[in-house]
Design a protein around this ligand. Structure first.
Ligand code: FPP
Length: 256
């Protein structure tokens, strides 16, 4: 802590805490539908407002020095929604990439998709891959878009590829370590999430980053996603900074 003469200590502590940002933040952007319903609007308006929130949060995370931000934008289970809503969400993603990619690139952000690519609409996939290629060499924050993503599906695909490598003799059973499994996941080479935020009051993971969340801290604000702003994110970071992360060991205070 840097103590500045004449400053109230609790204010200083608070300021220091607010500078401690998680390296990897992952967000379940929940509550678009409820936000819209509260205003007597169709659900699609909630999703539209959700994209505005997404823009704000990407910019704020990059400004605050977050290394990696993962956004759960469409789950492998979201196909169960009415076709019109699914089509609207696909259109939103398409428009988001078309309109925002240049700005994201300008912010030195690197884009990466996690989720099942097989079976996705070619046009959507081409756009995502164009975004990944354009931003590949950027050195700022990594924006991970979880799209057509489900953690069990990710694990099943990883196990399938690993089994193929074992059957072909490229890998032996004793090589199957935690590290090796991680290298087969969509999130290979990314740090595990430090903080997982789910907006709108629900307290569950809904098949999001099940392996990677082993030691994540959770934060469940009641705010619906479209209302989640820079201040709300700073509150989440402050709550995170106050947590005592032990990773199965002892608290630094106790261990001394
Ligand atoms: C959850 O709200 C939100 C989603 C299923 C989609 C999240 C999508 C966005 C924020 C916008 C899309 C952005 C891109 C780039 C694709 P919900 O519909 O489950 O809300 P509810 O629980 O209140 O009904």
């Amino acid at each position: 802590m840097t103590v500045t003469a004449g400053l109230d200590v609790s204010a200083q502590l608070d300021a220091d805490r607010r500078t401690e940002v998680p390296r990897h933040v992952a967000v379940i952007m929940d509550g678009n539908g409820r936000w819209a319903a509260k205003r007597g609007l169709p659900r699609t308006e909630g999703h539209r407002a959700g994209v505005s929130a997404l823009r704000r949060i990407v910019r704020h995370c990059a400004d605050r020095g977050v290394a990696c931000l993962t956004l759960f934008s469409f789950s492998s289970e979201n196909w169960k929604r009415p076709a019109a809503e699914v089509g609207f969400l696909m259109g939103l993603l398409e428009r988001f990439v078309r309109r925002d990619l240049a700005e994201i690139h300008r912010q030195n952000v690197r884009v990466r998709m996690i989720g099942e690519r097989e079976g996705l609409d070619r046009k959507i996939l081409d756009l995502i891959e164009e975004g990944e290629a354009l931003t590949r060499d950027n050195t700022g924050m990594t924006l991970v878009v979880a799209f057509n993503y489900g953690a069990r599906n990710e694990l099943a695909r990883a196990m399938r590829r690993m089994s193929e490598d074992i059957a072909a003799g490229r890998l032996s059973a004793c090589d199957v370590t935690e590290r090796r499994i991680e290298s087969y996941l969509d999130t290979a080479c990314l740090p595990d999430p430090d903080l997982i935020i789910r907006t709108s009051g629900e307290q569950r993971l809904s098949n999001f980053l099940l392996w990677q969340a082993a030691y994540a801290e959770f934060y469940f604000p009641d705010t619906h996603w479209p209302d989640f702003d820079e201040e709300a994110l700073d509150d989440a970071f402050a709550a995170y900074a106050a947590r005592d992360r032990r990773f199965g060991g002892l608290s630094a205070k106790v261990a001394r």
